[in-house]
Design a binder for this molecule. Structure first.
Ligand code: SF4
Length: 206
């Protein structure tokens, strides 16, 4: 699967960690599943599934109930996660894939315990013979790009697909698309430009 096309469904405003660029807001609207099912029925193009997001979806007590409701209506359910709350994560296995997109960023800017939890998730997947559905690398400087490309080179066996895109920190000038593109292609010539949305460039690494 080169491109993973998912509809996202934020199920919580809560998160157990704090990232400097985080765009989720304590006041973002959280829809109910009936409303989301109605919206999904009106999507004109085929999608691979619905990705539960947040906040951090694994901090939501209703996670498995929502997953079951969506599945009962014929949808494959993924989660976009920071990978630190492992309790229900392996409920998302489909075949030999863990239907989870792991947000990674530059590991060096996180406290050690967070990086260790993400590493633990990857090593549990290897032990179980599973691939993570996706690695989502978000960057806002050249150092982040180098760290992300190194990470994916080291762990390419662990992911079905991986993308790198820009994030915007408050009061910090955004990285230009040209610099992002040139820098990634310089370090990883096989990367593919997969889409250009609004101000966000997404490049497929795997
Ligand atoms: S893990 Fe995601 S939701 Fe949580 S603070 Fe970081 S970016 Fe925000």
């Amino acid at each position: 699967m080169e491109h993973l096309i998912l509809a996202t469904y934020p199920i919580t405003n809560g998160c157990n960690i704090t990232c400097p660029w985080c765009a989720h807001s304590k006041t973002q609207p959280i829809f109910n599943t009936r409303y989301v099912l109605g919206a999904l029925s009106r999507i004109p193009h085929p999608i691979h599934g619905v990705a539960l997001t947040g906040g951090e979806p694994f901090s939501c007590p209703d996670l498995l109930k929502i997953k079951a409701e969506l599945e009962a209506n014929g949808h494959r359910v993924f989660a976009i996660t920071n990978g630190t709350l492992h309790d229900h994560i392996f409920e998302f296995v489909t075949g030999n894939q863990l239907d989870v997109a792991l947000s990674i960023h530059n590991p060096a800017i996180f406290p050690e315990w967070i990086t260790a939890k993400k590493e633990k998730l990857i090593s549990l997947c290897r032990e179980k013979g599973l691939k993570l559905a996706a690695g989502l690398f978000s960057v806002d400087c050249e150092t982040d790009i180098s760290a992300s490309v190194e990470y994916i080179k080291k762990n390419s066996d662990a992911f079905t697909t991986a993308t790198i895109s820009t994030v915007y920190r408050k009061n910090i000038p955004a990285m230009t698309m040209r610099i992002l593109l040139e820098s990634v292609l310089d370090k990883l010539p096989g990367a593919v430009i997969s889409s250009l949305r609004n101000r966000q460039l997404i490049i497929t690494l795997l």
